[in-house]
Design a protein around this ligand. Structure first.
Ligand SMILES: Nc1ncnc2c1ncn2[C@@H]1O[C@H](COP(=O)(O)OP(=O)(O)O)[C@@H](O)[C@H]1O
Ligand SMILES: [Mg+2]
Length: 233
């Protein structure tokens, strides 16, 4: 479904990604793990068109989307859930969802918002509250729902657990997993390798802008070197 092939990306002269290749199949949850500064967010930005690759190619459903505009990539069905949870804090949860759904034709939006409340039942009770009045954990859930609002075929989820308490982080991973089970493919980027691999079918290890390994989550969770480097075991 998503084929990232030998992608290079840079911020000006600072080269960050050095030939990254990953794939995500229909219905899969795939994790990209790696330490702080490895290039995980940069990879997400390259896929979603915020930072077009300098080299390499990205295909989605067989179509080349390398260096296409963000809006075109979003319309193709890829939605980014950014780690900074940049929501409209003065607006209600419901109105934030409506903003997230603006890619959809007007008449479909209300139906989609109702679907979102079914998919994310915990957020229903906050629907009339402003995002600014929510806790970090609640805001993270709303951020995920806003990313899902336009009915994407694939969700790119960047560090869903960042800054959350262990309980709130666990709730987020449960929610990402449930959402994946509803049929949307997910590329999940996380520093918490253990939590990410537990809900993903496959994983890649990204270090210093290069893929250093990968495979089925069960294999990665059992590998001695990965347990030492990423799982603190
Ligand atoms: N806007 C930017 N300009 C220059 N360098 C950046 C920018 N954003 C990130 N970087 C650098 O790119 C590298 C990878 O960052 P990032 O993709 O955010 O890593 P991760 O998400 O894995 O923590 C880091 O060395 C970081 O300092
Ligand atoms: Mg990051």
């Amino acid at each position: 479904m998503l084929e990232v092939d030998a992608v290079y990306a840079a911020y000006g002269t600072a080269r960050i990604l050095h030939g990254v290749s990953i794939t995500v199949n229909v219905g899969e949850i795939v994790a990209v793990i790696g330490s702080n500064g490895a290039g995980k967010t940069t990879l997400m930005r390259s896929i979603s068109g915020l930072l077009p690759p300098t080299n390499g190619s990205i295909k989605f459903e067989g179509k080349d989307i390398t260096r296409r505009r963000c809006s075109d990539i979003a319309r193709a069905g890829i939605s980014l859930v950014p780690e900074d949870r940049d929501l409209f804090v003065g607006m209600t949860v419901h109105d934030n969802l409506l903003v997230g759904a603006t890619l959809l034709p007007k008449r479909e939006r209300a139906v989609r918002i109702a679907e979102l409340y079914d998919l994310f039942p915990t957020i229903v009770e906050w629907r009339s509250r402003t995002v600014g009045s929510l806790s970090g954990g609640q805001r993270a859930m709303v951020n995920l729902a806003v990313g899902a609002a336009a009915k994407p075929k694939m969700l790119l989820v960047d560090e869903p657990s960042a800054g959350l308490s262990p309980q709130a982080a666990e709730a987020m991973f449960d929610l990402v997993q449930q959402f994946g089970q509803s049929g949307t493919a997910i590329l999940l980027v996380e520093q918490d390798a253990y939590a990410a691999l537990r809900i993903a079918q496959r994983g890649y290890i990204l270090e210093q802008g290069r893929v250093q390994g990968g495979g089925p989550s069960s294999e990665l969770l059992n590998s001695e070197s990965i347990r030492k480097a990423y799982l603190g075991l």
